[in-house]
Design a protein around this ligand. Structure first.
Ligand code: SAH
Length: 219
């Protein structure tokens, strides 16, 4: 069994990563504090222990990736998460982004379409620490109608378009942060839902995500 250790060396590397994120324009102290508290190396293979605190994405299992720390920080900052808010995440992957949201104090509902990755949540290293984090196996295009409406929605895969069901599951005044497909790169959008069901759109710079795919995958 793997032994998880968060040493002074890891903590030091993590603090340096927070300095890099600040230099790149992350200013939300609640996001930086949450990321400084979470040992990112626990979410990666032990062989990647040293590079877990470089500001880059890494392959995890099943052809998927753990997002780059800057991307996690940027999306979380855009989301303006408050304690106790209900947040829906599409694309659980390594569970790192979901953990950042849970550490901030949101009620997190995260959906993964790949059974293998979903099943790994049963071995989640922080099981018990975050009763406010719930895992679902399903298709993110459908959202979670049973638990809607949400204050916030975050999509961590490249969406081909803005999924209408996810807009419908957002509260009036709620926000969605979504990278929308433009070939190799996706433009990061923040949508704010109006009382009449329409939404306002703000665009930020480009990022690169694995694709948001339709349906569930068994394998
Ligand atoms: N938030 C993750 C990033 C994972 S990469 C992290 O912090 O590590 C994107 C993930 O989205 C992949 O695991 C992929 O399987 C998943 N995904 C893609 N399309 C999806 C969909 N329609 N519904 C749910 N998950 C999806």
């Amino acid at each position: 069994m793997r032994i998880f250790e968060d040493t002074y060396r890891h903590k030091g590397m993590r603090k340096k990563l927070m300095d890099i994120l600040r230099e790149k324009g992350i200013t939300d102290e609640s996001v930086l504090a949450a990321m400084n508290n979470i040992p990112r190396h626990f979410f990666l293979d032990t062989a990647l222990d040293n590079i877990a605190y470089e500001d880059r994405a890494f392959p995890i299992s099943d052809g998927q990736t753990i997002s780059q720390p800057y991307t996690v920080a940027f999306q979380t900052q855009l989301l303006q998460v408050e304690v106790q808010e209900k947040v829906l995440e599409i694309g659980t992957g390594s569970i790192y982004q979901a953990t950042v949201l849970a550490e901030i104090g949101a009620k997190v509902f995260t959906i993964e379409r790949q059974k293998n990755l979903f099943d790994k949540s049963k071995l989640y290293v922080f099981r018990g620490k975050y009763p406010n984090l719930k895992f679902f196996y399903g298709d993110g295009f459908e959202g979670l109608p049973t638990f809607a409406p949400f204050d916030k929605v975050i999509i961590t895969a490249a969406a081909p378009y803005i999924p209408p069901k996810l807009i419908a599951q957002l509260k009036p005044g709620g926000m969605m942060v979504i990278p929308v497909d433009q070939g190799e790169q996706q433009r990061m959008l923040r949508l704010t839902k109006n009382a009449d069901g329409s939404y306002m759109e703000e665009a930020f710079h480009n990022f690169s995500f694995v694709p948001m795919l339709k349906g569930k995958e068994r394998g």
